[in-house]
Design a protein. Structure first.
Ligand SMILES: NC(=O)c1ccc[n+]([C@@H]2O[C@H](COP(=O)([O-])OP(=O)(O)OC[C@H]3O[C@@H](n4cnc5c(N)ncnc54)[C@H](O)[C@@H]3O)[C@@H](O)[C@H]2O)c1
Length: 437
């Protein structure tokens, strides 16, 4: 990462484009509209509430992050997006049934103004859904062109100087990178040949990168995590990030697991199950989409515990993740964890977590933060994978050959040190030797 000579200011309107205007997206949009009118607090958002320590502990300088780097404000943001259903933002938010009427009605007109553009969609990649508000194109290359046109028109109509995209669409079936994903050339050929390995989310991402629009991926789909996408992002100087918002159960895992490891407590088994009843739960009921999520959820413990370094503590963990679609709960997911640990002389103990959470309430501030940080990253001249934003992801993207970092506290330190580095402040190592010598 190169230190910028200067960071461009956040002048003008920022278009925040969300493929997938479902529960997460509409909660993020309505919440931002409420927060910017002072009608509800933007809890959970680092860009709105977070501070950053600068300089030595004794001088205690802790300004807000937004005072240290030039972030777009919530007032600068104009929302748009795509969906396979034509409902406007207000109707889609009512359907999602996350926020109460008193909140939605307070920003009704503004929400009604968010009208989804026609989606790029093929049910082969999301088996449980079918919609009518969908683009037609002879080839996938045509579809890329149509999305590019949408972006240009949206920016023009809304007088936006810049745009960013955050994928809030459904989880696609599990795909692994293939030959078509190898290089820009092979991918472009694949678009013309309608290669079945190119899923809808990759079409949006490709179009965004060609329009110099930073792209963050909130689902576990490949989307921007393959060599051709890394190459295009670097070539066009566009930031990309992913995958899969870290919100409920995995957030708890990446808080707790580093603590157990720090104290050299062993783990024999970690059983995680979830019940949820929203549309996301319905989509994840399909084995192909579940597999994408399962792979994403399983990765965190292995990297945090480093079983190769601690075989006697973590060499034989039975880790299982289940998601059950249970309609009565709607968006109010329940995530259970049973953790079988062992301590001194191998004596066994158990930890139980029962997180009665709200999926979209946890994800919404992440959408806002990613949009604002990705836009900032582009103005700071950063390109390609933004590993400093791993903090927000269950399955963080990292440079090829690098093990991704899952520990939430290391991720947070990395995020804040990246900000310090970019603005020329001293990095904080927490060594503190200067206070004693
Ligand atoms: N809420 C969380 O805590 C959380 C955490 C991590 C990841 N996610 C992921 O975020 C995504 C959104 O979750 P949600 O709860 O809002 O789901 P949702 O089902 O309410 O919304 C997804 C929307 O995407 C639309 N869609 C599907 N394919 C599309 C396409 N090709 N183009 C445009 N729109 C498309 C659907 O019609 C739907 O409106 C899911 O992939 C989910 O797995 C959510």
């Amino acid at each position: 990462m190169k230190k910028p000579n200067s960071i461009k200011p956040a002048d003008g309107k920022l278009a925040v484009l969300l493929p997938g205007l479902g529960a997460v997206a509409t909660t993020a949009i309505a919440g931002t509209m409420l927060a910017r009118r002072g009608l509800a607090p933007p809890v959970g958002s680092l860009t709105q509430m977070g501070t950053i320590r600068l300089g030595p502990r004794k001088t205690a300088r802790s300004p807000k992050i937004s005072e240290v780097i030039p972030l777009a404000t919530m007032n600068d943001v104009v929302f748009g997006g795509w969906d396979i259903f034509p409902e406007n933002g207000y109707e889609a938010a009512l359907d999602a049934d996350v926020l109460e009427r008193r909140h939605l009605d307070a920003v009704k007109e503004e929400l009604e103004g968010v009208r989804p553009m026609k989606a790029v969609f093929d049910p082969a990649y999301v088996k449980r859904l079918n919609g009518t508000h969908v683009k037609n194109g002879k080839t996938k290359a045509d579809l890329v062109e149509q999305v590019r046109q949408d972006i240009r028109e949206f920016k023009k109509q809304n007088d936006a100087t810049r745009a960013v995209a955050v994928w809030c669409g459904s989880t696609e079936v599990y795909l692994e990178p293939t030959a078509v994903h190898e290089s820009i050339k092979s991918f472009e050929k694949g678009l013309f040949d309608n290669d079945p390995q190119i899923a809808s989310s990759q079409i949006y991402a490709w179009a965004c990168m060609l329009e110099d629009v930073p792209f963050a991926n909130g689902a576990p789909n490949l989307t921007v995590d393959f060599p051709a996408a890394w190459e295009l992002a670097r070539e066009r100087h566009v930031p990309i990030a992913g995958k899969d918002f870290k919100t409920g159960q995995t957030l708890m895992k990446t808080v707790l697991a580093p603590g157990l490891k720090a104290r050299m407590l062993g783990v024999k088994g970690w059983f995680s199950t979830n019940i949820l009843g929203n549309r996301d739960g319905e989509v994840l009921d399909d084995p192909g989409s579940f597999k994408s999520k399962e792979v994403s959820k399983l990765g965190s413990l292995e990297t945090i515990f480093q079983p190769h370094l601690y075989p006697e503590l973590y060499g034989d963990i039975f880790h299982k993740v289940r998601i059950e679609y249970y309609p009565p709960r709607g968006d109010a997911k329940e995530g259970w964890d049973n953790i079988d640990i062992f301590g001194w002389l191998g004596y066994p103990m158990q930890i139980k977590i029962d997180f009665l959470c709200r999926d979209s309430i946890l994800a919404a501030p992440i959408v806002l933060d990613l949009a604002l940080f990705m836009d900032f990253a582009q103005r700071a001249g950063l390109r390609g994978t933004q590993e400093w934003l791993s903090f927000y992801f269950k399955s963080p993207m990292a440079a090829p050959g690098l093990t991704p970092e899952h520990d939430l506290f290391i991720q947070q330190k990395k995020l804040k040190n990246t900000i310090r580095y970019l603005v020329g402040e001293e990095l904080i190592t927490h060594l503190g030797a200067e206070y004693y010598d």
